[in-house]
Design a protein around this ligand. Structure first.
Ligand code: ADP
Ligand code: MG
Length: 285
């Protein structure tokens, strides 16, 4: 499903006060099936951009088109209902949104809310739980009795049970150990491909960008300052410095090697495997 932002400006209304413009004239086209990483320093508007995709932040100007549904200033009730079903949002600490007495009730909540019959919702809960690598035996347990990593998986299972076509994830690996984070991100990547989702991932880890995403958006002060495929974005060192954005480790090693040896490798390397291949190709390894 395609996501189209046309001059979208948005802010938060805090009682009588409006926050400064949090999203400023955003033009963005995310193609159906794309996997985009959103990066930028804290406060640059990444989470707000994701909220706008899910109808949690409504434009004051411009419009958002998700599939054939439009959201713009004014009445959006019907559009919002549709979009909340189509766009699954995983917040930064999704486990903090667990609330039901059992894991099963928690996962079934979304589907039931969108009119799925109870028996079918229960079957879906079981299926997604297995998909996130958990034993269905925990369906009857309280979500609060689970470990941190298990809670995170249950929370993500709850989003998947809605069968969204677009998946937006706000630092889904935050607070997990490296192995747990890798497992979650690998799962997300395989759903992305299997279910042909359009996926948007906020992360601070450039190696995750290199491994999982195809495209990159860099945000600064509520604006998109760079948007392109990851290889061309990570080849613009100077521009990236301006936005205080790092490059993946492998790219950093590459630049260092090129500087020390004077040999320019045949391509921009984003992973250790790519770097190894390039080094072999020019007989440096
Ligand atoms: N609920 C909110 N109410 C008011 N201002 C907010 C709210 N959430 C974020 N902001 C402000 O919007 C700007 C962008 O924040 P955010 O989208 O959370 O950035 P990021 O995710 O990149 O850290 C910041 O200036 C932040 O203070
Ligand atoms: Mg954020």
């Amino acid at each position: 499903m395609q996501l189209l932002f046309d001059s979208v400006t948005a802010d938060y209304q805090l009682g009588p006060i409006r926050s400064p413009r949090v999203l400023r004239s955003i033009d963005m086209n995310l193609k159906s099936g794309s996997f985009t990483a959103v990066i930028g320093h804290t406060g640059s508007g990444k989470s707000s951009l994701l909220k706008a995709m899910n109808g949690l932040l409504i434009p004051t100007d411009g419009q958002i088109k998700i599939g054939d549904t439009v959201i713009k200033a004014g009445k959006n009730k019907r559009s919002l209902k549709k979009i909340r079903k189509q766009v699954g949002m995983v917040f930064q600490f999704p486990e903090s949104q667990l609330f039901a007495e059992t894991v099963e009730q928690d996962i079934c909540f979304g589907p039931l809310n969108f009119g799925v019959p109870l028996i079918k919702a229960k079957k879906m809960a079981r299926d997604v739980l297995i998909q996130v690598g958990l034993d269905p035996i925990i369906l009857t347990k309280s979500p609060f009795s689970l470990s941190g990593g298990q809670k995170r998986r249950v929370a993500i299972a709850g989003i998947l049970a809605m069968q969204p076509e677009v998946l937006v994830l706000d630092e889904p690996g935050a607070g997990l150990d490296p192995a747990g984070k890798k497992e979650i991100l690998s799962l997300i990547a395989s759903w992305h491909h299997e279910k042909k989702l359009t996926t948007v991932l906020v992360t601070h880890d450039m190696d995750d960008v290199a491994t999982y995403a195809d495209d990159v958006i860099i945000m600064n002060e509520g604006q998109i300052v760079m948007h392109g495929d990851k290889r061309s974005i990570f080849s613009e060192e100077k521009e990236l410095k301006k936005w205080h954005v790092d490059v993946p480790d492998a790219r950093r090693f590459q630049l260092r090697i090129e500087q020390e040896t004077g040999v320019i490798l045949p391509q921009v390397c984003l992973t250790v495997e790519e770097l190894a291949e390039a080094l072999i190709e020019v007989n440096l390894a």
